[in-house]
Design a protein around this ligand. Structure first.
Ligand code: PHE
Length: 329
């Protein structure tokens, strides 16, 4: 009898040490402590012992049963605690959540670069309103009413006298009216054009206007400034050219092209800006003596030069807010 009790104790301990979960534990409880369990069998045997032998085993058997019950309860409560932790949703084996940190939009980064290059060349930064008068956007810039040059820029009119500016040049007019020369400023901002939307053009884009008015400003200075900019922005080995052009508010006028060489494809010239010497008519319109002062102006498309620098093939991606595009920069 004693041997049987000892074996049961040993087996119970080793079984218990291998227990994996609550179901397994319950199986063991039934195996040992259930109504037909191993302890029940031991007690049946105990009852059949002769009376004089009963005291010898009774105590041991009882103590062992209570001890087993206690151990069983202890393990059960440990399992329940971990089960509760699981309910709280904490699973330390899960991979961590990554935090998405935002970045500046590539266009804003580009505008920032342009501004800092021109600040380094002695320009201040100004801004003007996007809703403009027809006078500032066209008339003061030497586009006479009904002049075909207005067709160069398809316009969103708000009413007869107001419109969404089609370029940043009207801010030239505002600045020259407000300040006395010397004026050396750049003016970044949004402009709007009523154009068919395609890979090449969008209904809104960004320009950076430049204006320098002083005694004896020359075309050579304009050229020097724009070349310095192009080299800083695109790199010293940038290939550029100045091409004669026409704008009603500058004379002479030019456009600057940059050589675009996509890998494995044929390269070509891409226009990035218009520029020229401020037309004396414009100076007179804003009350600056055109005998005393001369000046130059330029206007560049920010999307255009970002597309060139980063090899972006479609202007619409700047406005789509597609994370696959935005997170590349
Ligand atoms: N405003 C012109 C455009 O939008 C660019 C320009 C600016 C040209 C200043 C000459 C001088 O096309």
């Amino acid at each position: 009898m004693l041997e049987k009790i000892q074996t049961t104790e040993k087996n119970f301990k080793s079984d218990l040490s291998e227990v994996g979960d609550l179901n397994h534990l319950e199986e063991l409880r039934i195996k040992y402590l259930g109504r037909k369990g191993l302890f029940a069998i031991l007690f049946d045997e105990f009852k059949q012992l002769p009376n004089e032998e009963k005291p010898k085993y009774g105590q041991t058997l009882n103590r062992l049963k209570i001890q087993c019950q206690n151990e069983f309860n202890e393990i059960k409560s440990k399992f329940s605690e971990t089960a509760e932790d699981d309910d709280k949703g904490i699973d330390l084996t899960l991979p961590g959540r990554s935090v998405n940190i935002g970045t500046k939009h590539i266009l804003m980064q580009t505008l920032f670069q342009i501004k800092s290059i021109f600040k380094g060349l002695g320009f201040s930064v100004y801004e003007g309103p996007e809703l403009e008068s027809d006078y500032n956007n066209f008339e003061a810039l030497n586009f006479p009413a009904d002049h075909p040059a207005r067709d160069m820029q398809d316009t969103f009119f708000v009413n007869e006298n107001f419109l969404f500016r089609t370029h940043t040049s009207p801010v030239q007019v505002r600045l020259m009216k407000e300040k006395k020369p010397p004026i050396r400023a750049i003016i970044p901002g949004k402009v709007y054009r009523n154009e068919a939307i395609s890979a090449k053009s969008y209904c809104l884009f960004h320009q950076v206007e430049g204006l320098y008015i002083d005694g004896n400003v020359s075309f050579a200075e304009l050229k020097g400034t724009l070349v310095a900019f192009a080299k800083q922005f695109f790199g010293n080995d940038v290939k550029y050219r100045f091409r004669p052009s026409f704008f009603p508010f500058t004379e002479p006028s030019a456009e600057v092209d940059i050589w675009w060489q996509p890998k494995g494809k044929e390269g070509r010239w891409l226009e990035i800006l218009g520029c020229g010497m401020v037309d004396p008519n414009v100076l007179e319109n804003v009350g600056i003596d055109s005998e005393k002062y001369t000046g130059y102006a330029f206007g560049m498309g920010a999307e255009r030069i970002a597309m060139l620098k980063y090899g972006i093939g479609d202007i619409r991606v700047f406005f789509d807010n597609d994370k696959r595009f935005l997170t590349q920069f």
